[in-house]
Write a protein that binds this ligand. Structure first.
Ligand SMILES: *Cc1c(COP(=O)(O)O)cnc(C)c1O
Length: 435
């Protein structure tokens, strides 16, 4: 299958090219040429399939022409070695817990899948040497990418992060791994990290000497596999006998997760409608109200992974709907949840249902219950473990949050990082010394 750019100026790309490039040369996002409906018997039997089995069928619809079955099966099965349960919170409201991967954030699946696919294509090409993945992080992405690529053959990852500006838990998730993961502690802010990475990609001397790649969240191999979550959620709801009139609510930042749900729906997954939950960064909500898209600088909120002022996957949503605002509004409604409401929601949901939300899940839960109608079954994504936002959650509920073993394990290991200045010449010298 070929991939086209949402800007329609770049030539069609193969899957391999789309994965290796991330962004299309015309700066658009890659889209698969076709979105195939899965056969009815798949949906009739989905409740009898494991997460890995059903995901393989979904993966085959996108990648089956380009990756032979045994290889695709290995990529999918290796990626999905964790369970993502749907839990009932109250009568017709369910939480889809997407935080059960290695770093306890939902980005784990995309990062793991992309790492394996990149490694597969490198092997196919008989490529010599290592591919160097550069990633700048303000916190969560670094952990998901580092753990996703950990131990994957032929790939080395350099995580650049701002010294003293990420939480201890976040820092431990990419500084304690060793092996093919190197953390660079930059004496600056996130923007400096991002500038260093961008400069590296346009430096011709560097590009001659070493192979560079990015694990950007817009990469098709990071974004499409998130659709697996929704098929798996449907299978679970079907087992529970509550698979009619399903409404899915996704707490959104760059809108990759909700776009993958829209893809699932195009493939025939019976989701009747979606809700996009925004925090105070309500650019998409305003678009739904007015038809006008006005990106603006992001503002800081308690649900910081959703602090995005110009969501990158908006281009994919427009493309899916051929820029028909009415059609987008028909399928997706919006909601805005501010910080005060996030805190109140965490407290009330804990008191009323005994279910502990993180600030992102709180946006999803609140947007869902205020929009859910009689006869509908609502599912919201709980995208991070509440312990990752311990202070906020404790402030909201007044009780202690226990750090789960999987997170604590990172913090007990020794930090290994290399100090780095904000000067590109230093970073370049370092990378060249690694060749
Ligand atoms: C990345 C992230 C989001 C937003 O997801 P998008 O795909 O960017 O819309 C929401 N919650 C958490 C915890 C995240 O890490």
């Amino acid at each position: 299958m070929k991939y086209y750019s949402t800007n329609h100026k770049a030539p069609l790309a193969t899957l391999r090219e789309a994965v290796e490039r991330g962004l299309a040369p015309d700066r658009g996002l890659y889209m698969p040429e076709r979105i195939e409906k899965l056969p009815q018997d798949f949906y009739d039997n989905i409740q009898n399939m494991s997460f890995q089995e059903l995901s393989l069928q979904v993966a085959q619809a996108f990648f089956g022409e380009d990756v032979p079955m045994p290889d695709l099966k290995k990529i999918v099965y290796d990626t999905l070695s964790f369970d993502y349960p749907v839990k009932q919170v109250k009568s017709n409201v369910y939480s889809l817990e997407l935080f059960h991967g290695p770093t306890m954030a939902f980005k784990d699946v995309g990062a793991r899948f992309m790492a394996r696919m990149l490694s597969y294509f490198r092997q196919q090409e008989g490529a010599k040497g290592l591919v160097n993945v550069l990633v700048a992080t303000s916190g969560d992405t670094g952990g998901a990418v580092a753990n996703g690529f950990l131990g994957v053959e032929g790939v080395r990852v350099f995580v650049l992060y701002p010294k003293d500006k990420v939480s201890k838990i976040q820092e431990s998730q990419f500084t304690t791994l060793g092996h093919n993961i190197t953390a660079l502690e930059v004496d600056g802010v996130f923007d400096d990290c991002q500038r260093l990475v961008k400069s590296a990609f346009v430096d011709s001397e560097l590009r001659e000497a070493i192979t560079l790649s990015s694990a950007n969240s817009i990469n098709v191999a990071r974004f499409l596999p998130q659709a697996f979550y929704y098929f798996n959620a449907y299978a679970q709801l079907k087992r529970l006998g509550v698979d009619k009139n399903i409404v899915v609510c996704v707490p959104s930042g760059n809108f990759g997760n909700i776009t993958s749900a829209l893809f699932a729906r195009r493939m025939g997954l019976p989701i009747s409608r979606l809700i996009a939950a925004n925090n105070a960064n309500d650019i998409f909500y305003q678009y739904l109200q007015t038809g006008k898209y006005n990106p603006r600088p992001s503002i800081q909120t308690l649900a910081n992974a959703m602090d995005v002022g110009d969501p990158s996957n908006f281009a994919r949503i427009l493309d899916l709907y051929q820029v028909q605002w009415e059609d987008i509004r028909h399928d997706i409604s919006g909601a805005v949840v501010n910080d005060a409401t996030i805190l109140r929601t965490i407290r009330e949901c804990w008191q009323q249902n005994g279910y502990l939300l993180d600030p992102h899940g709180a946006c999803g839960y609140q947007a869902l219950i205020s929009g859910l109608e009689e006869g509908e079954t609502g599912v919201f994504c709980e995208t991070a473990h509440p312990a990752k936002f311990k202070e906020t959650v404790e402030k909201a509920t007044g009780s202690d949050v226990k750090i789960p073993e999987r997170l604590a394990a990172f913090m007990n290991k020794e930090k290994q990082s290399i100090p780095m200045t904000t000067d590109f010449a230093d970073f370049k010298r370092f990378l060249l010394s690694q060749a």
